[in-house]
Design a protein around this ligand. Sequence first.
Ligand SMILES: Nc1ncnc2c1ncn2[C@@H]1O[C@H](COP(=O)(O)OP(=O)(O)OP(=O)(O)O)[C@@H](O)[C@H]1O
Ligand code: SF4
Ligand SMILES: [Mg+2]
Length: 326
Amino acid sequence: MTSTAQPLLSVREVTMAFPGRRRGTAPVRAVDGISFDVAPGETLGLVGESGCGKSTTGRMIVRLLEPTTGSITYDGRDISHLSQRELKPLRRELQMVFQDPHSSLNPRQTVARIIADPLLVQGSSAADARKRAAELMDLVGLIPEHIDRYPHEFSGGQAQRIGIARSLATNPRLVVADEPVSALDVSVQAQIVNLMEQLQQELGLAYLFIAHDLSVVKRVCDRVAVMYLGRIVEIGDRERVYTSPAHPYTRALLSAVPLPDPAAERARERITLLGDPPSPAAPPPGCTFHPRCPKARAVCRTEAPLLRIAAAGERREVACHFPEAA
Ligand SMILES: Nc1ncnc2c1ncn2[C@@H]1O[C@H](COP(=O)(O)OP(=O)(O)OP(=O)(O)O)[C@@H](O)[C@H]1O
Ligand code: SF4
Ligand SMILES: [Mg+2]
């Protein structure tokens, strides 16, 4: 879906095919032709069950992975197949925050070194990088005097603050946050989400915010994309998607989110999906959601639905032969 502002990031028909696990087996299409934009300063939520291709998408955007086909354009430049050398100056602008803060931080490095590392790579002096690391600790709500401590001396939430500080060291414009709160206690999740929101407002960052649960991104995202088996099945403005989901899969994901209002919670429709998602190595024909879809009809087993505007004038697209009426 095209945003009104000039996009910072444009993803067009991107696929990622990993080689099959055994020789002679078909490649795994972890991402299968996805397209979306992210505007400057915007948050796009990317949601879906485990294995649907969210991390692979995030890793392609920051070019830790090279897409098999399709294009990724950042700030007007096609970065899909740039070499590591060509990518180096762009690494300042495109950063990533990972799911498990402790395993994504080197246990043998001090916080000073961890946060300063992206700056040292970009050629900053050790003294400048250390000064900036202390400023960043303060920015993310850590005590700068703890700069010479090691990751294990911090709680999960504090460690994720270190991960966020590291991602901000080079003043990026786009941060891919890959399930940044999934590994944290529920009580700490909101604090980290608040911090990320506050940093976005202060620094004008754009986020691709990945989560497996629609409730996590509800507060932070401007738009949301729902992925199933490597494809986007619904994408649109937050309000539209949350208040009137058009795809049966989005409806099922939303029906799993508890509501704060007790009356609404009692009346909540609960849709239980049968079975697990199929393997991307052997996707079902037609609509890949059909084996689990409560609305599937004959055509769904043979014809893949295209992602298209659900109703005239809507800023929301859906890939379903029988979308829920808006
Ligand atoms: N390097 C790889 N080689 C082969 N297959 C891979 C590789 N990385 C991921 N996959 C497969 O690609 C698919 C998508 O994986 P991905 O990690 O992107 O999903 P995800 O949506 O991030 O899941 P999760 O919620 O568990 O993090 C999965 O079937 C996974 O097994
Ligand atoms: S196309 Fe058919 S199977 Fe697929 S989501 Fe829509 S109704 Fe369900
Ligand atoms: Mg993942």
